[in-house]
Design a protein around this ligand. Structure first.
Ligand SMILES: [Zn+2]
Length: 342
């Protein structure tokens, strides 16, 4: 039986020195261009053969181990010669190696060329259900690719963190087209489901519980909610990078919170008890007599929850407020104040 040598490099239109990336790119381009479903009916059979060979070439060249074997074997091979001439020598030389080759045997129903079968068939059989067989034989000789991990920014409020609230959000995600399964083609034309891209964009609604110790930039992993995968493989993961929405009252500094506390001039001078806001409702705080503007009062343990369950502190910064409007009686009193200070 004569087996024709297949020049996988030529098939993919690449140099023998091509990098893994070049191989992958060449394969993707060719696989797209020569998909049998895109060819006219009379050329379909021929296209199917070619498509098969392209997949086979990629199956070998993308795998460094197989590629090495192939390169060694093909180094002194002239394109177009009969494979059988070399079989004996190859067989003798490599019988003791880890791979054994069953030349001249039946070419199994794998859908690969006789050449591939002769070269790699036995090696695959030795491994039992090799990865390409598990993945469905020729139809999908490559191991289906897992989806990419995706990072998205999610804005949360201080309150959502403080109370560990559940947050619902929507995210636009690409999915493999359900109509064509990602190939982009249907019969002889572009897929009606995706317009030929192989993907569809879907809005997904997801929910997370905001961790109480979440801070700016914290990443939350949602397993299997990331980029689409090829059929049979897992989706990637979604990483949510938290961004804290600026709050109108509170500033977050590490685990501490800070807020301004407006105080009237006479309260600052004479002292008073006034109401101050906190995330859990208002509290009464004591303004000591002669309090300066900018003075900070610490409310211990009233800040943000920490990882260990304790809490940071809450600082109230005194801002002496100047009334925008004063009554004539008040103005009179300020005038008196002014006079006795001259
Ligand atoms: Zn489609």
């Amino acid at each position: 039986m004569g087996v024709k040598y297949q020049d996988y490099y030529k098939l993919l239109g690449i140099e023998r020195s091509a990098s893994e990336k070049e191989i992958r790119n060449a394969y993707r381009k060719l696989a797209r261009e020569s998909h049998p479903d895109l060819q006219p009916k009379e050329k379909k059979k021929e296209a199917e053969e070619k498509f098969k060979l392209i997949n086979e070439a990629y199956e070998v060249l993308k795998d460094p181990e197989k590629r090495k074997l192939y390169d060694r074997f093909g180094a002194d091979w002239k394109h177009g010669e009969d494979f059988s001439a070399q079989q004996q020598q190859w067989n003798t030389e490599h019988r003791s190696s880890t791979h054994s080759f069953d030349f001249g045997s039946e070419s199994g129903g794998s859908g690969f060329s006789d050449f591939f079968e002769a070269m790699f068939g036995q090696a695959f059989r030795d491994r039992g259900a090799g990865d390409f067989q598990r993945a469905g034989g020729f139809q999908r000789p490559r191991r289906p690719r897992k989806g990419m991990d995706v990072t998205a920014e999610l804005e949360v409020t201080l309150e959502e963190i403080f109370f560990g609230e559940e947050k619902q959000f929507q995210i636009s995600m690409q999915d493999l087209c359900g109509v064509c399964g990602g190939t982009g083609v249907q019969e002889n034309s572009f897929c009606s489901g995706c317009g030929g891209t192989g993907h569809t964009n879907n809005i997904k609604t997801l929910k997370i519980k905001v961790p109480k110790d979440a801070r700016e930039g914290k990443k939350i992993r949602l397993k299997g909610q990331g980029g689409e995968a090829e059929p049979g493989a897992q989706r990637g993961d979604l990483y949510l990078k938290l961004k804290i929405k600026p709050h109108s009252v509170y500033k977050l500094k590490g685990n501490d919170l800070e807020a301004d506390l407006l105080v009237q001039p006479w309260q600052a001078v004479l002292g008073d008890r006034i109401s101050a806001p906190t995330l859990e409702g208002s509290v009464r705080v004591k303004i000591p007599p002669r309090t300066h503007s900018g003075h900070k009062m610490r409310l211990r343990g009233k800040g943000m929850p920490k990882k260990d369950g304790s809490r940071g502190d809450y600082y109230l910064k005194v801002v002496v407020d100047i009334p925008q409007e004063v009554t004539s009686q008040e103005e009179e009193l300020y005038r008196k104040l002014s006079e006795i200070n001259h």
